[in-house]
Design a protein. Structure first.
Length: 318
């Protein structure tokens, strides 16, 4: 049973309230991203803004190229420190609404998982929409997962595989697990999934539809535009192979669902985590009062608690 106190505004700590106000103000001071060419928005994100400062690149990251469905597919690889015991691998899928973002924009998160868990971390440089609409990104992530579950195991000398991502990255991670189960007879190739603030219903859940204009990282327009850019007109967005919340979920691995109560995608996680539990897959849902969309990308005590729980979840799977 969910603790209703988590949704009481009185439980939101002052640090979180202050951060949320700063994020909203910072976005308000920027041009509307939908008024700019998509390449300019991508460049601004890479450079960093006051609303979303750029994360530093890892000095020990490397690129690995495998064969993908659209040509060569790049994977950004961060290995554990030499002093850490190699215990497995984590396949990461980045956020960005399917239209923005890149595999090298969250190196500090990936370094943390590499060192705390002893995992080789691989982030997929999947093709972006609208240039490459559904199912291009999914096919790229599927190819990366199949490679890691096959020749990648031997290349890295590992057996324990995990997968995860943030926002649309969590969506793609679930879709990959479903395709491994349904198309490749590998329902448990990955031992668990780290699913942070996923976008699971491209038909839009009530919390997305009712959010409005306030851009606390993202708003209703942003999420609508993301879905529009990824899925071409005429495709039913509530098909199970488009929106995983409508899929049969039995036989999938345990998952850690992370969500803040001030996230337009709150319903997506509440609905998906309930269906995941009903399917008997196991896992845990962590709800953080006042947390914005993918709040863990902003420094703070609540972010640290969320990241520590992710560390513990992943380590338990090795």
């Amino acid at each position: 049973m969910i603790d209703h106190a988590l949704f009481d505004p009185a439980t939101i700590d002052p640090e979180t309230l202050r951060l949320n106000a700063e994020i909203v103000a910072a976005h308000a001071a920027l041009p509307d991203p939908w008024s700019l060419p998509i390449e300019e928005v991508r460049a601004r994100r890479r450079a960093g803004t006051k609303a979303a400062p750029a994360m530093p690149h890892s000095a020990r990251a490397e690129w690995l190229t495998i064969e993908g469905p659209g040509g060569p597919l790049k994977l950004r690889v961060i290995r554990p420190k030499a002093s850490a015991k190699l215990r497995g691998a984590y396949l990461h899928i980045h956020r960005g609404g399917w239209v923005w973002g890149a595999a090298d924009e969250q190196d500090p998160w990936l370094e943390r998982i590499a060192d705390a868990c002893g995992f080789v971390v691989l982030s997929v440089e999947y093709r972006l929409a609208p240039e490459h609409p559904y199912p291009a990104a999914l096919q790229d992530c599927e190819a990366a997962a199949l490679w890691l579950a096959g020749p990648g195991r031997a290349e890295f000398g590992i057996h324990a595989l995990t997968i995860g991502g943030e926002s649309v990255g969590a969506h793609l991670a679930v879709m990959v697990l479903l395709r491994l189960r349904d198309l490749h007879n590998q329902p448990r190739a990955f031992r668990g999934a780290n699913l942070n603030a996923g976008f699971y219903d491209l038909g839009l859940t009530p919390s997305v539809r009712n959010w409005g204009d306030e851009r606390l990282v993202v708003n209703t327009l942003d999420l609508t535009k993301f879905a529009d850019g990824y899925v071409r007109e005429g495709i039913d967005r509530r098909r199970p192979d488009v929106s995983p919340i409508y899929a049969e979920l039995k036989g999938l691995p345990p998952a850690l669902f992370t969500i803040g109560t001030a996230d337009p995608l709150l319903d997506d996680t509440l609905y998906m985590s309930a269906r995941w539990a009903a399917a008997g897959n196991g896992g845990h849902t962590a709800i953080y009062p006042g947390g914005c969309h993918v709040f863990a990308r902003y420094p703070g005590s609540m972010s640290e608690r969320a990241l520590e729980l992710i560390d513990r979840f992943l380590m338990a799977l090795a």
